[in-house]
Design a protein around this ligand. Structure first.
Ligand code: PRX
Length: 674
């Protein structure tokens, strides 16, 4: 089993028995106030999921109610069968219709901080209604229809939220690509989704520099001819290339300024009545093959699940002065679910920040918390480890007393980082919710409920309502406490993925084939190893497949290997995860070179740049070792376990009896390091 922890972390996790309970005042004011209340609701949600979720769904707006809550024909789930709704309506119009149009929906802060204060925008629900309507009409004017997939490659600006909500408004699905991905990554995703329209910007600000988004889109357009229209938001007054000429398949020009389109658009656009099972979005994520998969989420179930997890896990309350801030980029699922779709229907302002955590200084996040009175703060362990390293003085400079709840997501949090977060940021007062979930699950699956579930540092604690999680062996048998095994989900939940775009076989193979009941009923297999302790608390051990979690971002080792071998000097590459102080897991690449190519630091730099070009900067290997052979079994399989040990610097590499050529190991150990 691969694990993302380094050995000292495993030790501390295994012996972690500290428990942190919420204060009585906190619990009394929370939606779920006690362990007993949580347990009773959990039991109801498992014994009778249909009534449970129907009750939750009634808190939202539907144009037409459902005929049945659930149709389950493993692995296919249909939730809220026969119902129609619109997620943009629930995020925006519903508040306007209730007379709350002038309340703040989004608080946005730009990165540049040259003057005394940064650029800040407050968008009300009425602003969002007007802007999403205009932009929805602009999309329609370019021929976008219900059912199309629109690609979005934008910086973290309010127009990104407007673009995704406008798609939901007219029933077009979106495929958002994180701004750090390369032109090739965009081209692959555009082609897979058959997108005709891509929305981008002349740039975005990151650590004081402009991220050249439009250039990448231009390059992606030369790699495939599916794109008819490129919509460009002016964000940075950056000089960009402009394509006025029509693309071959349609009569109008290719590039359009965002502002020109919306100037010409009406601000009235009714929300489409969408079937609960209509596609809401596709989001690409890495798997065990070289090709990322387009995870499909549909409208009704995803809406109910993200709304309710936001409400309960972050204890959102529109009748208090809550300001919710999730620091993720909207290009990842965390941003989809917990910046926009789950938060806005709760009628709590959501904060969006454009840039880096350390620009202009390492206290930027804390200055944002203090200036905007953030009450719930949600970030990744990798960020917390970076803050620890930058020093306690940075959070200590700011008044963080508005904070009520802290959250983490994306990778296991080591107890040391948990304790730092608890002490320095939470002042030993704020419950921490360590939320385990995935792109595929849509929302939180294993998580504390802040007023009701005492936390243990490093554990994501208990399953959320309706989530039937267990630790099982390969035969699907539940494991006793404190025995490592595979994490499995045994019942459908509303936010679950509905498939992989265009690849039914891969959907079944990846998620529904590995673990089955003795009767042959499949369980959902997320790809993580875990254990449950004597209190039923879950402890995630890391991925058990060839996926690694780098700074909480998911990458397939095969994806990085394919990028490396596409370089002319590389014959073979094997990529594994290795412990990394800040990133949690770093990328180690073992590379054999073509005859004539010489190992050198220069070549290492070239290979790093090449990987960034093929995938994105997040995929750059932290360590590249040149070797004349890779350790293989007699049947030719690369022994990644050995490579993981070597990359981690472990001297004892365990069982090598299946290794074909033992001398490879010695040579690998001596291979030049970077
Ligand atoms: O390995 C788990 C890890 O991140 C994977 C999901 O990655 P992704 O789809 O990119 O979504 C990340 C944000 C939801 C999981 O399979 N992971 C996520 N949250 C945690 C975690 N590992 C341990 N603890 C967590 N809280």
């Amino acid at each position: 089993m691969s694990t993302q922890h380094n050995p000292s972390d495993i030790e501390s996790v295994l012996h972690e028995d500290r428990m942190f309970s919420p204060s009585a005042d906190f619990a009394a004011a929370a939606h779920i106030k006690s362990p007993d209340q949580r347990d009773a609701l959990y039991k109801h949600s498992i014994d009778d999921p249909e009534t449970f979720w129907a009750q939750v769904a009634r808190e939202l707006h539907w144009f037409k109610p459902w005929d049945r809550v659930l149709d389950w024909n493993a692995p296919d789930a249909k939730w809220f069968v026969g119902a129609t709704t619109n997620l943009c309506y629930n995020c925006v119009d519903r508040q306007v219709d209730a007379g709350l149009g002038d309340q703040t929906a989004i608080i946005w802060e730009g990165e540049p901080f040259e003057s005394a204060s940064p650029e800040v925008r407050h968008l009300t629900y009425a602003d969002l209604q007007r802007e999403t309507s205009k932009f929805a009409n602009a999309l329609k004017s370019l021929g976008v229809k219900r059912g199309d997939i629109v690609t979005i490659y934008m910086p973290m600006v309010p127009e990104l939220a407007i673009a995704m909500l406008a798609c939901a408004r007219i029933g077009a699905a979106h495929s958002i690509i994180f701004g750090g991905f390369s032109a090739s990554a965009i081209a692959d995703r555009v082609e897979d989704a058959n997108s005709k329209v891509i929305i981008t910007a002349d740039g975005g600000w990151r650590r004081g520099n402009i991220v050249e988004l439009k250039d990448k889109v231009d390059a992606a357009c030369t790699q495939n001819d599916s794109i008819d229209h490129v919509i460009v938001l002016k964000r940075c007054e950056n000089t960009i290339n402009w394509h006025d000429e029509p693309s071959p398949d349609h009569g109008s020009k290719r590039d359009h300024w965002w502002h020109d389109l919306i100037d010409a658009a009406s601000d009235e656009c009714p929300c489409e009545h969408m079937d609960a099972e209509d596609l809401l979005f596709v989001l690409y994520t890495s798997g065990t093959t070289g090709k990322p998969k387009g995870i499909m989420h549909t409208t009704g179930g995803y809406m109910v699940f993200t709304y309710y997890t936001s409400k309960i896990v972050f204890d959102l309350n529109p009748n208090r002065d809550d300001i919710f801030w999730c620091t993720a980029d909207i290009g990842w699922v965390t941003g989809h679910s917990y910046i926009i779709y789950g938060v806005l229907p709760n009628r709590v302002p959501t904060l969006m920040y454009e840039g880096a955590p350390n620009h202009p200084g390492p206290d930027r996040f804390w200055s944002i918390v203090a200036r905007h009175n953030v009450t719930q703060f949600y970030t990744a362990p990798t960020a917390i480890r970076a803050f620890m390293k930058w020093g306690d003085e940075h959070p200590q400079k700011h008044d963080l007393s508005s904070l009520r709840i802290l959250g983490t997501v994306g990778e296991p949090i080591n107890p040391e980082a948990w304790m730092w977060y608890h002490r320095l940021i939470g002042a030993e007062r704020c419950p921490i919710v360590d939320t385990w979930w995935q792109t595929e699950t849509g929302g939180h699956m294993l998580t504390p409920i802040p007023g009701a579930v005492p936390a243990k540092p490093g554990s994501c604690t208990l399953p959320f309502f309706g989530v039937d999680a267990a630790i099982v062996n390969e035969q699907g048998e539940e494991q006793p406490p404190n025995t490592g095994g595979l994490l499995a989900i045994r019942k459908p939940w509303p936010g679950m993925l509905r498939g992989i775009l265009g690849d039914r076989e891969r959907f079944i193979q990846t998620y529904w084939s590995r673990i089955k009941t003795p009767a042959g009923e499949p369980y959902y297999f997320p790809g993580d190893g875990a254990r449950c302790d004597q209190d039923g608390y879950f402890w995630i051990m890391g991925r058990v497949d060839d996926v690694i979690n780098v700074s909480g971002h998911r990458l397939g080792t095969m994806e990085v290997e394919s990028a490396l071998v596409s370089h002319e000097t590389v014959v073979e590459a094997a990529v594994v995860g290795m412990p990394h102080e800040i990133k949690g897991t770093g990328i180690a690449a073992f590379v054999t070179l073509a005859p004539g190519a010489q190992p050198s630091d220069e070549l290492r730099d070239q290979l790093r740049a090449h990987t960034a070009n093929e995938i994105g900067a997040i995929a750059k290997p932290d360590l590249i070792r040149f070797t004349d052979a890779l350790p293989k079994t007699r049947s030719g399989k690369i022994m990644r376990r050995l490579l993981r040990d070597i990359a981690a610097g472990n001297d004892s590499v365990g069982d090598t009896t299946t290794l074909e050529d033992l001398s490879v190991l010695a040579r690998l150990r001596q291979s030049e390091e970077s």
